[in-house]
Design a protein around this ligand. Structure first.
Ligand code: FAD
Ligand code: NA7
Length: 458
């Protein structure tokens, strides 16, 4: 079969799905043939998580809401760590911007790279993947989709299927005895849309990872009265402001009062479960379904990308993430070259050994610094197989470590720091307003040259 005759299906048009499209377009720009690509996205626009929605629960067409992002969300890592190898922040904004931009600015950056290629023509929006099966004789995937607007199902056939549906969307929602009688708000971080409802409230966050950290800090910034964070395994151990604290695990509720395993009890107005997400693929049969928790190296994925039981099935972005956009790119470029036949996959036994090697390395991880080294090494391994522009990955790894130390030093002010791009060498410009004082997260305000205006006035 020639390359032009191959049919590639991509489910999801978030950063990972878009990376896969971009990888093929980069190949076409070199004058090489590419397969037929069809992308199906259940939301009305591209960008995945970065496409903010005010909705929670079910969407306009009764589909579970994908988005977990919220108002006033600013990048939780330096933008220099996620910069695309083939489209820099300078390419997009034409001027240096700060290292921790708000969501809308990063969304604009994602769109900027891809829209110059008129990528929307590849994507069918408002269309959800409902069911997949694989015909081993024809070596084809049959995928049933649902056109949500017209309520019509239809079927497509693909030689390769790319699952790029993300994994921070389906809440892991634990039960605590007596919670059903708690009269305040109970919600999961997935449904958090901003701190406004919690102004002046005493809130309990269950969990001790990114969501608890960021939602906690945002609620502090926007005026919650107190923020208590309850950890199961380890506290975050940061230097919290006076109205934030960490306590051991919540055990149960009694008469609406929260009790903790260390025996103390406290009253709250709201409980937000920052307890992570499930990898959930309701459109896949169990034999094609990636079974994993949120970790650095999901089992059964060769090079973190190729489903080992069926090498025509590709998963992107399924790891826990330090690196994001540029890691999805490196994965997508690898997947592209497997599809194009430029990379010959080893036999399954060899792939098993490679996976085992990475799982063993994962077992040796002790802290977040090891996580960073692990993911840096993973990307360096993967990039040798493709022509994705090689970045200074070790330098990016060092930026991540600096970011970890900055958070330890001052969790309320780490976003005021600025880094130098490892690609362009351009140093980020401080934002015109300190993050803690900046209540407006719009792109318009972010890009406004406030300093200059003030200078002219005075
Ligand atoms: P997603 O962005 O989740 O996109 C998946 C797409 O698949 C969605 O558009 C979805 O609608 C679609 N889809 C799902 N199921 C189906 C289906 N059945 N049929 C059709 N389409 C489907 N990363 C950073 O780099 N910096 C940050 O500051 C940052 N902050 C974050 C804050 C929050 C609250 C969360 C949840 C994540 C954050 N991330 C951050 C990580 C973020 O998930 C990644 O940056 C990125 O969005 C992952 O891209 P993805 O394409 O793999 O998945
Ligand atoms: P994570 O990073 O997967 O963390 C989940 C947290 O939830 C972690 O602290 C867990 O504790 C905790 N957890 C899970 N189940 C429970 C129960 N049953 N009880 C108490 N605590 C629990 O998810 P996040 O939402 O923080 O971050 C995901 C992404 O969103 C991230 O990439 C950000 O960019 C935004 P554990 O340590 O396992 O004991």
């Amino acid at each position: 079969m020639s390359i032009e005759e191959l049919n590639i299906g991509i489910i999801g048009a978030g950063p990972s799905g878009l990376a896969q499209i971009r990888s093929f377009l980069a190949e076409r720009e070199k004058g090489n043939p590419i397969p037929n690509i069809k992308v199906f996205e259940k939301q009305a626009d591209l960008g995945g998580m970065w496409n903010y929605t005010w909705r929670t629960g079910l969407g306009k067409y009764g589909e579970p809401i994908h988005g977990s992002m919220y108002k006033y969300l600013w990048s939780n890592g330096p933008k220099e760590c996620l910069e695309f190898g083939d489209y820099t922040f300078m390419d997009h904004f034409g001027k240096p911007i700060s290292s921790y931009p708000p969501r809308e600015v990063l969304f604009d950056y994602i769109k900027g790279r891809i829209e110059q290629d008129e990528v929307r023509e590849f994507i069918t929006f408002n269309t959800s993947a409902r069911w997949v099966d694989f015909d081993p004789y024809a070596q084809k995937f049959r995928v049933v989709f649902d056109d949500l607007v017209n309520e019509e199902t239809f079927t497509e056939y693909f030689d390769y299927l790319v699952v790029a549906t993300g994994h921070f969307s389906v809440p892991n929602m634990p039960y605590f005895e007596g919670i059903e009688d708690f009269t305040g708000t109970v919600m999961h971080a997935h449904d958090f849309r901003g701190a406004d409802p919690f102004i002046g409230k005493n809130i309990l966050l269950v969990g001790s990872s990114y969501s608890a950290e960021d939602i906690g800090v945002q609620c502090h910034k926007h005026g919650a009265k107190s923020i208590t964070m309850s950890y199961r395994t380890n506290p975050m151990g940061l230097d919290w402001p006076e109205n934030m604290k960490e306590v051991p695990l919540l055990s149960h509720f009694e008469d609406g009062v929260a009790h903790f395993i260390d025996g103390h009890k406290e009253e709250f107005d709201a409980v937000i479960m920052c307890t992570g997400y499930q990898h959930k693929f309701p459109f896949l049969p169990s034999e094609l379904r990636l079974m994993t928790n949120n970790c650095m190296y999901p089992d059964n994925l060769y090079k973190g990308v190729i489903y080992n039981d069926l090498d025509r099935l590709i998963y992107l972005g399924m790891q826990d993430q330090y690196y994001t956009f540029n890691m999805f790119d490196v994965q997508a470029w690898f997947a592209r070259d497997v599809i194009l036949g430029k990379i010959e996959l080893p036999l399954k036994e060899e792939r098993d050994k490679d996976i085992a090697h990475w799982l063993e390395k994962q077992d040796a991880i002790e802290d977040a610094f090891d996580d960073v080294d692990f993911q840096t090494e993973y990307i360096k391994d993967l990039i040798q197989y493709s022509d994705y522009p090689s970045l200074k990955w070790d330098e990016i790894g060092e930026l991540f470590k600096e970011w970890l130390r900055d958070k330890e030093e001052d969790i309320l002010r780490y976003r005021d720091k600025n880094f130098r791009s490892v690609i362009t060498g351009v140093k980020a410009e401080p934002h015109h307003t300190k993050w803690l004082d900046e209540e407006n997260d719009t792109m318009e305000r972010y890009l406004a040259d406030i300093k200059t205006k003030k200078l002219v006035k005075s």
